[in-house]
Design a protein around this ligand. Structure first.
Ligand SMILES: NC(=O)c1ccc[n+]([C@@H]2O[C@H](COP(=O)([O-])OP(=O)(O)OC[C@H]3O[C@@H](n4cnc5c(N)ncnc54)[C@H](OP(=O)(O)O)[C@@H]3O)[C@@H](O)[C@H]2O)c1
Length: 249
């Protein structure tokens, strides 16, 4: 391990086994914590911001002036995508299931919002983009929302497949990408971090710099003790959380 020294304050990433007092972390996914960042923020920062930055920059190649639609926009990775999308110069449309969640997305820079529990995704996307559609769709939710959103994608648009929080992996009729010459782009930040540690480290440094400069402000909904972990997971499963929950050991 060359990038860290004994005594450094660090944070790390593991695929599983994180709800513990001690854990062994591969050096590739262990990072120097900024002095300005406290441990609860450090613990929740990279999964949300690392994923969303990699997705928008390396996978979608989001350009200034493009329209970015974020599904599950008030969630852990979603809210980071809203904030980073704005920082990267996109027009951001946030989609979520309640007005309270959409309000937080506006506070994080969303230009426009869609309540997908009440409004039809495809027609709202068309309405908000003068019929052009969204250039990039960030999808950590899956289920019925994916196809509805994809029907509102722009010519040469990119759908980022990030996750399936709804519990359903969607299937897609392949005439849809043909009709828009659009791309369906997979995102797997954890594996990317292991396969391309150099680029991941560069991304991490950029994100840390933005944090230090106050340009990104991670939202922690609530902090739980280790013994309360099942309650914290229930809150997430019941769609009660905005931003991140943190387990403090
Ligand atoms: N590919 C990668 O590299 C990568 C990295 C990190 C995370 N992920 C995945 O991305 C997904 C989202 O992660 P996250 O940390 O952002 O989760 P999260 O904070 O729980 O956010 C997920 C969002 O999904 C929406 N949702 C819709 N139906 C849901 C349901 N039945 N149950 C729970 N949520 C539902 C909720 O928003 P509304 O209520 O507004 O719909 C919620 O805010 C997960 O599947 C995770 O595994 C992937």
């Amino acid at each position: 391990v060359k990038h860290l020294a004994v005594g450094d304050e660090v944070f790390g990433f593991v695929f599983s086994g994180g709800f513990a007092e001690e854990v062994v972390v591969p050096s590739n996914t262990c990072f120097l914590k900024s002095k300005k960042m406290n441990f609860p923020i450090a613990a929740s920062f990279m999964v949300a911001y690392g994923t969303s930055y990699h997705a928008l920059k390396d996978r979608a190649k989001l350009a200034k002036g493009e329209t970015l639609l974020v599904l599950g926009a008030s969630g852990g990775v979603g809210l980071a995508a809203v904030e980073l999308g704005k920082l990267m110069g996109a027009k951001v449309i946030a989609a979520a299931s309640t007005e309270e969640k959409l309000q937080l997305c506006r506070e994080y820079g969303a230009d426009q919002t869609i309540n997908y529990s009440k409004e039809d995704l495809k027609s709202e996307i068309k309405k908000l983009t003068d019929n052009k559609g969204a250039d990039v769709i960030y999808d950590p939710v899956g289920g019925e929302y994916t196809e509805a959103a994809f029907r509102g994608i722009a010519w040469e648009g990119r759908l980022l497949v990030v996750g399936f929080a709804s519990g359903t992996i969607p299937k897609m009729p392949l005439n849809l990408p043909l009709l828009k010459t659009a791309s369906i782009v997979g995102v797997f930040w954890g594996d990317f971090a292991m396969r391309n540690p150099k680029l991941n480290m560069e991304n991490t440094r950029t994100l840390m710099k933005w944090y230090d400069e106050g340009r990104v402000k991670p939202h922690i909904h609530k902090t739980y003790e280790l013994k309360e972990t099942p309650r914290a997971l229930e809150e997430i499963m019941n769609r009660k959380v905005r931003g991140k929950l943190v387990i403090e050991v």
